[in-house]
Design a protein around this ligand. Structure first.
Ligand code: ZN
Length: 251
C-alpha cells in the first residue's frame, strides 16, 4: 500500500475504534533533537552505563552518573515537542485518545499538552531521594551539582539523590506498569510510535492489545519483531504520519 492508502486505512481504524491509546518510545522524540541512547555518537558513547546497584555502592559511580546527566540536561534544555507529540495531545483533547504510555523520560508529551501520560521509565524532570523518596524539580538539584561535587544528598534523610528515572538494574515501577497493562487491555486500537520494541516488559504492551483483539498502527523508522501484528505499518517520520492523519480526520 502507498502512503495515502495506509493513511486512509489508519483513519478508518480510528473512526471504528472506541478506546484508543498510544505507546511511544525514543523515536517520537528524535525529531525534537533528542538522540536515541542506542544511536552512535550520542552521549552514551562517552559515558559508560551505571547500574542502579553501582550508583548505590560507589561514590565514583554516582559522580559519573550525575556528570552524564548534567551534560544531557544541557542538550535537552531546548528540546520542544514536535508535531507527533502535539497530534497525540490534540487527539486526547478531542476525546479520541485516552492515554499515552511512554518509555521516554523527556517529558515532551506533557509539554505538548497530553495530560494522561504513563511513564514506564520514570522522568528526567524530577530528582528523587533513593531512601525516603522525597522529590525535587530536577533544575533545583542540577544547578547545585558542582557545589556538591556531583554527589547530591537528601536534606531530609541524607540519602542519595538520583534523577527519577528507572536505571539499568532497577525494576519497572509497579503502579505505572499495572496501569499500562490495564490501558492496553482496554484498547481496541493502539498507536505504537517510535519504539523498536526491544526492551521488555515495555515492549509487551502493544502485544497485550493485540492479544485482546485490538488493532495496532505501527509508526517506526526500522523494523520491529512485532510488525506482523500491526494492521498498518509506517516507516515514515512520526510527525509526517500524524500530520497526515489529522488532516484526513479534518482536525
Ligand atoms: Zn531522603
Amino acid at each position: 500500500m502507498d502512503f495515502k492508502e495506509r493513511i486512509e486505512k489508519a483513519v478508518e481504524l480510528i473512526k471504528k475504534a472506541g478506546y484508543i491509546t498510544a505507546f511511544t518510545g525514543a523515536g517520537i522524540s528524535t525529531e525534537s533533537g533528542i538522540s536515541d541512547f542506542r544511536s552512535p555518537g550520542g552521549i552514551w558513547d562517552r559515558y559508560r552505563i551505571i547500574t542502579y546497584q553501582e550508583f548505590l555502592q560507589s561514590s565514583d559511580a554516582r559522580q559519573q552518573y550525575w556528570k552524564m546527566k548534567h551534560e544531557l540536561f544541557r542538550e535537552l534544555r531546548n528540546a520542544k515537542p514536535n508535531n507527533a507529540h502535539k497530534a497525540l495531545a490534540l487527539l486526547e483533547a478531542k476525546g479520541i485518545l485516552k492515554a499515552v504510555i511512554t518509555q521516554n523520560i523527556d517529558g515532551l508529551h506533557q509539554d505538548a499538552g497530553s495530560s494522561r501520560v504513563i511513564e514506564l521509565h520514570g522522568t528526567n524532570r524530577k530528582a528523587e531521594c533513593v531512601n525516603c523518596s522525597k522529590t525535587w524539580p530536577i533544575e533545583e538539584i542540577d544547578e547545585k551539582l558542582e557545589e556538591v561535587e556531583f554527589e547530591p544528598v537528601c536534606d531530609h534523610c541524607g540519602g542519595y539523590i538520583k534523577p527519577a528515572t528507572v536505571s539499568f538494574g532497577q525494576p519497572m515501577p509497579e503502579k505505572e506498569m499495572m496501569e499500562a497493562v490495564q490501558e492496553a487491555q482496554r484498547s481496541d486500537l493502539m498507536f505504537m510510535i517510535g519504539s523498536s520494541l526491544q526492551v521488555e516488559p515495555a515492549a509487551s504492551i502493544p502485544r497485550i492489545t493485540f492479544e485482546k483483539g485490538g488493532k495496532l498502527i505501527f509508526i517506526n523508522r526500522t523494523e520491529t519483531p512485532w510488525d506482523h501484528l500491526a494492521s498498518v505499518v509506517f516507516r515514515e517520520s512520526a510527525s509526517r504520519v500524524m500530520d497526515a492523519i489529522l488532516e484526513a480526520l479534518q482536525f
